[in-house]
Design a protein around this ligand. Sequence first.
Ligand code: NDP
Length: 510
Amino acid sequence: MPLSEEWDSVPATTTGTLDHPTQETFESTDPASGAVLGVFPVHDAAAVGEAVTRARAAAEQWAALGFAGRRTRLAAYRGHLARHVHELADLVHRENGKPHADALLEITLAVDHLAWAGAHARRTLGPRRVNPGLLAANHAASLEYQPLGVVGVIGPWNYPVFTPMGSIAYALAAGNAVVFKPSEFTPAVGSWLAEAWRAAVPELPDVLQVVTGSGGTGAALCRAGVGKLAFTGSAATGRKVMAACAETLTPVLMECGGKDAMIVDDDADVVAAAGAAVWGGMSNAGQTCIGIERVYATSAVYDRFVAEVTRQVADLRPGSDEQATYGPMTMASQTDVVRRHLDDARAAGGRVATGGTVEGGYVAPTVLVDVPETSTAVTEETFGPTLTIARVADAEEGLRRANATSLGLSSVFSGSTAKAVDLARRMRSGMTSINSVLTFASVPALPFGGVGDSGFGRIHGADGLREFTRAKAITRQRFPLPVDLMSFRRPAAAADTLARVMGVVHGRHR
Ligand code: NDP
């Protein structure tokens, strides 16, 4: 069905499966044309509570299916996404503004994560025996990771499929039901994902539900008694989410913003490094949490690098047609942030090497040089198609400057020498790519997450599966010992004997 027909006709109260959506509604619009894509209910605290109650019941059935049963159904879900990939990509294009091809890439990555999570859940989380150790040698000891019940997911608009799916796929594979609150800028994509679930797994429709609305709906989800709240968004909102979750001691996963840096070393392939910086900084109109915003190029390559980036950027053209390289800013107000950073950079003595204009919702691809490190263009997340490029004496100075930020999501090192891995390890970020950008996000086995103001906790990989579980420890006595140390009936000398054994086993270590 053409999406225009599908979503233009969405009545205000039929999105989702809740019985009592409130009367209040909001519109989702195409950022390129302003056309209304759909009208969605603002779910209030009562409606969110109802969704969580239904999810709790569904979670029991979902958990009871076991790893194999869930894997089959997760496969059906990803099969549905794969078969309808163009329909979903078109919706992402229309609601978020990014080119159709970029939407396809985002969805493909999400499907890959669904496959990995489903296939690796048993091995990562299933029961396993562990060594009981000396003191409990007469016991069998086992560990397993159990689901939390209902996981609340709050997502942003910049990657409206890939980003929430990083939490949803892993939470589902771990045996939880999910209530997902998409950004108010991408409710149609969020609702589509829940509808796809109901189509693929009709016997358990409440395992993945969507509630729509703005910050208030998200805040209600924080207070609804979920087992964990997985938040992706800005650090500022993350603080509010944590505060709301603290009221009920609800644990949180925080995936927040970045100000990601790239170091270009003396021996880097300058053309390839420039290509990576341009793609990492400007694809998706720069609205990428793990996108490159700051580059530190050594003196040996600086001039060539700036020239090459400027040359490559000249080929980019923002727009909403099929040939456009990136789209409009999804959220009109984001252009104000970009403008503020550009003004600040200029006022501080920075020079615009190319771009620097904002027309309507479109920001020209912009390269800034000679920007002081204290400018907001360097210190704050810009979230636009802009790059600052600074000259550094060597990679060590680049590393120092790259690390001098409260944010620490991802980073890039470009250079082919043996020191690349050493520098990558010392970059203060959750993820580093060497000689490419964003690659770690496409490796499902690797954990994804930040340090500092970029958040804590991990999605993706085995860590991402465990993030949505609680570790359960079980011991089983296999046979009684003649002397039970944990008993009021133990002989008086038993503890002294134990101390002597401890002295023999551990006392020799100095
Ligand atoms: P926001 O922080 O503005 O919003 C994120 C989500 O939180 C939205 O769904 C929003 O709803 C909701 N929200 C807003 N206020 C509250 C509240 N008081 N309580 C609960 N929920 C609330 O981020 P954006 O949507 O603007 O997304 C961009 C940000 O996300 C950037 O900083 C980017 O770096 C970051 N990001 C991080 C990623 C990561 O993996 N680390 C990945 C992708 C993006 P609504 O939109 O309806 O207001």
